[in-house]
Design a protein around this ligand. Structure first.
Ligand code: NI
Length: 388
């Protein structure tokens, strides 16, 4: 019996599990109920369960045969602070929280694969199933690593998967290189000198300085960075005074920088420092920049991407193993794991139209039709990397 046929026997239960997770979304580091469900399911399948990494993180360890090789497969468990606007029976029971990124589906697919692999044991080595908290907010992956994930479970490679709305169900996308961008943030404080709005010459106007700064910062992408390197610098906050007749003392700006290479992040940060200092000097204002590194770029390693591509082509056909999708300017904290270990993060098509609603949208839902396909990918990958 094929992997998919065998999984189909369990499909009703798998869908029920996914919907049960969907109905009970929990935010980052609060995934207590979800992590209980994960731990119980792994335990019932005869898999060693380790809890407590990054608080709500769950690790399942499944060893078979004599090989000392070890690989990691990762799913994320957290939901988003969104009011779900779907009306179906499995809609969120937790008002203001929602599985709008499909992490319910990711968790269910990896659990299904773990159960299958524990039952069939057609591999030689150790599989480490990583269920991580807080992908959406503060980087549960980073916290797990800081708390010793890869010391306790020294995997050789690590793999991730995310559903992708707009990509048809039955297809995957593989990126040979960058797949998601970094997500840095910055805060800028401009200190001028407040004055009566009718007598601007008696102060230094930080609003005019701020306007000049916004323009000048946009020259980084167009004039400072190699045109062949993608970069976005968006100023999303500009907060100044409150009155019609008062020039404020202080203006604050904030925004985000996205890029696919750490070197580009360094260049952008340095250029921002230079421009802030220069514009401040030109306007007689003090400008302070605080640049905060967020999730690093998610970059697949070449050998692992090639393996995933080959296996996916075998699973769904070469024409459905897409390599023509551009990377996303969104970010993903699996990047921290890929900084430590070689590996690959693929997209699985969540479908078009209904169920193809974009991620983080209040009408989004994970597509149950792809659960067994995603689980099959995990199983093939595990059996391929740790051949019996
Ligand atoms: Ni997500």
């Amino acid at each position: 019996m094929s992997v998919i046929a065998r999984l189909h026997e369990h499909q009703t239960r798998l869908i029920a599990l996914r919907r049960e997770l969907h109905a009970h979304p929990e935010l980052g580091f609060e995934e207590h109920r979800t992590s209980d469900v994960v731990a119980k399911t792994l335990f019932a399948a005869g898999i060693d369960v380790h809890r407590g990494l990054a608080g709500t993180g769950v690790i399942g360890v499944l060893q078979n045969g004599s090989s000392t090789r070890m690989i990691g497969l990762r799913a994320d468990m957290d939901a988003l602070p969104i009011h779900e606007q779907n009306g179906f029976p499995h809609r969120s029971k937790h008002d203001g929280k929602m599985h709008a990124c499909g992490h319910d589906g990711h968790t269910a697919m990896l659990l299904a694969a773990a159960e299958y692999l524990a039952a069939t044991k057609h591999f030689d080595g150790t599989l480490v199933f990583i269920f991580q908290p807080a992908e959406e907010t503060v980087g549960g992956a980073r916290v797990m690593i800081e708390e010793g994930l890869f010391q306790r479970f020294p995997v050789e490679q690590v793999f991730g998967m995310h559903n992708w709305p707009g990509l048809p169900a039955g297809q995957f996308a593989i990126h040979h290189g960058p797949v998601m961008a970094c997500a840095d943030q910055f805060d800028i404080t401009i200190r001028g000198h407040g004055a009566h709005a009718a007598m601007p010459h008696q102060g230094y106007d930080p609003v005019v300085t701020g306007a000049a700064l916004v323009q000048a910062l946009q020259s980084i992408a167009s004039r400072n960075i190699d045109p062949l390197d993608a970069v976005v610098l968006s100023i999303t906050r500009f907060q100044a005074g409150e009155a019609y007749n008062v020039i404020p003392d202080v203006v604050t700006l904030g925004g985000t920088v996205r890029a696919f290479r750490a070197e580009v992040e360094d260049q952008v940060e340095a250029a921002m420092q230079r421009i802030c200092a220069g514009v401040g000097a030109a306007h007689g204002a003090q400008i302070e920049l605080k640049y905060h590194r967020g999730y690093p770029p998610t970059v697949n390693s070449a050998a692992e991407a090639a393996v995933c591509h080959k296996l996916i082509a075998q699973l769904v056909g070469e024409q459905n193993a897409r390599t023509d999708l551009k990377p996303s300017m969104g970010a993903e904290d699996f990047s921290y794991m890929l900084r430590e270990k070689p590996g690959c993060y693929v997209w699985i098509g969540n479908g078009l139209g209904e169920g193809g609603c974009m991620l983080h949208n209040p009408h989004y839902d994970f597509n149950d039709d792809i659960l067994t396909l995603g689980a099959s990918y995990w199983i093939r990958l595990a059996e391929h990397l740790l051949p019996a």
